[in-house]
Ligand binder design. Structure first.
Ligand code: PLP
Length: 218
């Protein structure tokens, strides 16, 4: 089946920006309507019991869909920005927050906000940027092994200053925003772990676009 026929998108228009707004496949929209009707039919039952059951079932299905290595540890958030901010504001002692220059704007803002918050609390964290040019990757002027080398070099340099109670956080995109480049998160996370970094993968655009096997990402 043509993928466009799964959506209600106007066939006279060529949509190029599926990242910012997206569109809901018809089959998903139908289930959403079914749930809405279920809620309207018996709101009392819905809010007391049904919604919780449905919520937990969706998490279970998602667990299977992405092959999560951490059973029962998924949570729904409203968007990627909220997810990233939630992780950053967690109680982790980080000396460095390392990210790629191509990190999404809202993610960079969240890193800066967290730097200021931690500095005010006197648990200083230093952001470090690794410069990556997406056009160079797309044009073939920079391949995945040079990206890996650049990341590895920075993390190795910083790792000497980490200790068991003072870690580093490395943040990367699985698929970048504009232009879209798919990164080899499996190899990159292996390197980050080797140098003692915790890893936050910005997975915007991944679910539904690429097959995910989180168990394969260490
Ligand atoms: C790579 C990347 N990260 C984060 C975001 C932000 O996603 P959200 O709007 O769901 O917070 C986007 C949005 O397009 C993105 O492309």
């Amino acid at each position: 089946m043509e993928s466009t026929s799964r959506f209600d998108l106007d066939t006279e228009v060529s949509f190029l920006n599926h990242g910012s707004y997206g569109a809901v496949p018809r089959v998903v929209g139908d289930v959403r309507l079914k749930f809405q009707l279920e809620m309207e039919t018996n709101p009392d039952m819905w809010f007391r019991t049904t919604v919780k059951e449905r919520w937990l079932r969706q998490l279970e299905l998602l667990d299977e869909f992405i092959h999560s290595p951490f059973r029962n540890s998924l949570a729904f958030v409203r968007n990627v920005t909220e997810a990233v901010s939630s992780v950053l504001s967690g109680q982790y002692a980080w000396k460095y927050i390392v990210h790629l220059s191509i990190a999404y704007g809202a993610v960079k803002l969240a890193i800066m906000a967290e730097r200021d918050r931690r500095n005010a609390l006197e648990c200083k964290v230093v952001p470090e940027v690794i410069s990556i040019n997406l056009n160079d990757i797309l044009l073939g002027n920079c391949d995945s092994s040079s990206v890996l080398e650049r990341i590895s070099g920075t993390l190795e340099r910083l790792s000497g200053e980490l200790s068991t109670d003072n870690h580093g956080l490395f943040i990367m995109d699985h698929i970048s925003s504009v232009p879209a480049v798919l990164f080899d998160v499996q190899k990159i996370t292996r390197v980050a772990r080797k140098f003692g970094f915790q890893i936050l993968i910005d997975g915007a655009h991944c679910i539904g676009h690429i097959a995910l096997d989180l168990k394969a990402i260490e």
